[in-house]
Design a protein around this ligand. Structure first.
Ligand code: GLA
Length: 735
């Protein structure tokens, strides 16, 4: 709900448990006032809200006596070089060469429906009237800035973005445009959580105290990257999974991103998310507009757990558009870790035949099926069959379909090998700086997706094959990051636009494919989880979480990922774990993979009879638990910031009728107590729950009250004592 008070100058955005308040002050600066636990009536807020006296070395405008000074004012969207010395939300160079911006409030508008962003991911489906547009102007530079706010009441989430329009008669250069900003006041000793990593170590949650100055994370890799995800969290020193304040911020964007947190000299905190200002500039012609990516933010007064559940609900309910959202995905077998490039039709069909007998529902043919690709040095861009290896794609797809399975295919649409027909035909289609040496990543170059003809070509080729062969799923990979960024058709003063234009091209291709094939299941990927972001989730419902498929390593990766992204979006497979050598029981590999979109990535023809029996059991369990795990509420029961000897999580259905508790023993130290106790959270304290045990008749199964399971917890006596043992408990309400 949005209340507008004080003659249209005080704005109160309310969700179920939160309030967000800001004010257009007498000189037209948008002052941020409050974000936190819900307040019913904020009308009195203005008579005492904190006016600060001007501080030394904080510039003031002399013509604005009532202004408390831009450098100490909490602001909704700050300008540049006009008095606020902190990180700016918008910085532009005007026609006169002045790099100076100063947004001032002009008007507001409430709208019934949320304004879509052109060619960019944006949340949808909030209630009527929950959208606020605040128009500001910088009359000197000639910029109009519309700040968009939308309220997603039931998941305590707000979205923000900005639209910048050039009202002047000459071009303006945008140098920095954030999606949103939050100035937090009155909090002591805040900490930040970010999600560090690398290939095979994605999204490791890291928590550090804020220090004075700017601490920024982000990516200038042209993509989200393995090193940081496009999200950040602010929390109190004492925040835990279940207690304390946590502010979660997520950018719905897949390109260069920036999460800046500045702790100021006066202990205020400014948070900004947006396109990374390095390698960004945008020439705004007169009358033209620039739309920023959207960011989402949530506030939890009950720790990281509620913050994550808010974001999961927001993404599942308002961001992921695929018709597969909310539905069980087919259990898949991907041949990559089974064969790498060494396969042919016979090998693929052998794997598929075993898959069909153990309840696997889709075969995904990974890298190596196209051009003449037998290693990673060739053929990217040639998206036609490698006939001597796999024959005709339709025939292969028909054979898989005849086994009762779906058929999926790997693509890396944005890439090109120099050894390819596409490169020989269009050497100018790559991103590269003329007369400069090029960098290669995995021996490949990047197609210039900022060019519409490149996007059109990829659409024609991919759509043609998907339609001709009857492809049910595609894995969209991206195996290197950007360097040598330059697009030959663009003039010199627009080269700073290339990274963002590239991402708009990627989104355009996704959009066209999903419009043409609405039921196509697409899985995102970038060398594992290098492009795991909320922007991608707007186009596809699941993303390969990491090339590290070692179930014990995955505990940390999946816990970090779950801080922000829903379990239903995380690709997780049982494999032979080529990236590490540790032995992990098949069952544990399955129990960990089940907390994601489940599948296999190993040579099924080499499974023992015992492993096959386990796979059949795991597949049945996945069917049984799927709705609870993927669509329910997710509770981390162990500290996501460290590797715990025993890890646990539980998922509870929204109607509180079922819960799944998973416990994994990472390592067993000598002389420690063996039986961990974990609570089962989210259950109805007044109902009773049977611990389902198929080995005994239901009347003999143990029954516990919901409050006992939540407050005392379950003694996990069945958990084995060896490293990497695991157990899954399933509870069903009986009343
Ligand atoms: C990336 C992906 C893998 C696999 C390979 C194929 O690394 O993350 O799953 O598809 O590419 O080259």
């Amino acid at each position: 709900m949005i209340d507008i008070l004080s003659d249209g100058r005080l704005f109160h955005l309310k969700t179920r448990h939160t309030s967000y308040v800001f004010f257009a002050n007498p000189v037209g600066r948008l002052e941020h006032i409050y974000y936190g636990k819900r307040i019913e009536d904020v009308a009195s807020i203005l008579c005492r809200h904190g006016r600060q006296y001007p501080a030394s070395f904080c510039p003031m405008r002399q013509d604005e006596s009532s202004d408390q000074g831009p450098d100490i004012l909490p602001q909704e969207y700050s300008g540049f070089n006009s008095g606020d010395m902190r990180i700016a939300a918008v910085a532009a160079t005007g026609p006169d060469g002045a790099c100076w911006t100063d947004p001032r409030f002009v008007s507001h508008r409430l709208t019934d429906t949320k304004r879509p962003l052109n060619g960019l991911p944006h949340a949808f489906g909030n209630a009527k009237g929950e959208n606020l547009e605040i128009t500001c102007r910088d009359a000197f530079t000639g910029l109009e800035i519309i700040l968009l706010y939308s309220v997603f009441e039931e998941c305590d989430t707000l979205t923000r973005s900005a639209i910048i329009t050039n009202l002047s008669p000459a071009p303006i250069q945008l140098n920095r445009v954030m999606s949103g900003q939050l100035d937090v006041m009155g909090k002591q000793e805040l900490e930040m959580v970010d999600f560090q990593g690398s290939w095979c170590r994605e999204r490791t949650a890291e928590r550090v105290p804020l220090r004075h100055g700017l601490q920024a994370t982000g990516s200038t890799r042209g993509a989200t990257g393995h090193v940081n995800t496009a999200a950040t969290v602010l929390c109190e020193k004492t925040t835990t999974e279940t207690q304390g304040e946590a502010f979660g911020f997520v950018l719905e964007y897949s390109g260069n991103h920036y999460e800046g947190i500045e702790l100021t000299q006066f202990d205020m905190v400014r948070v900004q998310l947006g396109i990374h200002p390095d390698f960004f500039s945008w020439k705004l012609e007169p009358g033209a507009s620039f739309e920023t990516p959207e960011m989402a933010m949530t506030y939890s007064a009950e720790g990281f757990g509620l913050m994550s559940r808010n974001l999961h609900d927001f993404m599942r309910g308002h961001l992921i558009r695929s018709p597969w959202n909310g539905k069980r995905r087919p259990i898949l077998i991907n041949n990559w870790e089974a064969t790498f490039f060494d396969f042919n039709t016979q090998k693929i069909l052998d794997i598929a035949r075993v898959a069909a007998t153990i309840g696997i529902e889709m075969l995904v043919l990974d890298d190596g099926w196209f051009g003449h690709r037998d290693d990673d040095r060739t053929s990217l861009g040639d998206w036609f069959e490698f006939r001597s290896k796999i024959g005709d794609m339709k025939e292969l797809a028909d054979s898989i379909h005849a086994l009762g399975m779906k058929f999926g295919l790997w693509f890396e649409p944005e890439m090109i090998s120099e050894d390819s027909e596409l490169y020989r035909a269009h050497p100018d289609w790559v991103l590269c700086v003329p007369n400069r040496p090029r960098c290669y990543g995995r021996t490949q170059l990047i197609l210039d997706f900022s060019r519409p003809e490149v996007v059109q070509h990829l659409y024609d080729v991919m759509a043609g094959l998907i339609a001709r062969a009857g492809i049910d799923y595609i894995k969209w990979d991206m195996n290197r990051n950007m360097s040598d960024i330059f697009s030959s058709p663009l003039p010199a003063d627009q080269q700073g636009e290339v990274p963002h234009r590239y991402i708009l091209g990627v989104y355009a291709l996704h959009e066209r494919l999903i419009q043409t094939f609405p039921n196509l299941l697409i899985e995102g990927c970038s060398g594992g989880g290098g492009r795991f972001d909320a922007g991608m989730l707007y186009y596809l419902p699941q993303i390969w979480c990491s090339d590290n498929t070692n179930a014990i390593d995955r505990l940390r990766i999946q816990a970090g990922t779950s801080m922000i992204y829903p379990v239903a979006s995380m690709g997780a497979h049982i494999s032979t774990q080529h990236t590490t050598a540790r032995f992990i029981p098949f069952e544990t590999r399955g129990n960990v993979a089940m907390a994601g979109t489940f599948g296999y990535e190993l040579d099924l023809t080499k499974l023992t009879e015992e492993e096959k029996a386990t796979a059949i059991r795991l597949n049945a369990a996945y069917h049984r638990y799927h709705d609870v795990i993927s669509e329910g509420d997710y509770y981390r029961l162990t500290d996501a910031f460290r590797d715990n000897p025993v890890e646990a999580w539980c998922c509870t259905s929204k109607d509180q009728s079922q819960a799944v508790l998973t416990v994994v023993r990472r390592t067993h130290f000598g002389n420690v107590l063996n039986t961990p106790i974990f609570p089962v959270l989210g259950l109805d304290p007044k109902r009773h729950y049977r611990l389902v045990n198929d080995a005994v008749p239901s009347e003999k199964q143990q029954v516990f009250p919901g409050d006992l399971l939540a407050n005392m917890g379950l003694w996990c006596q069945e958990l084995g004592h060896n490293d990497c043992d695991s157990i899954v408990y399933f509870f069903e309400a009986i009343d």
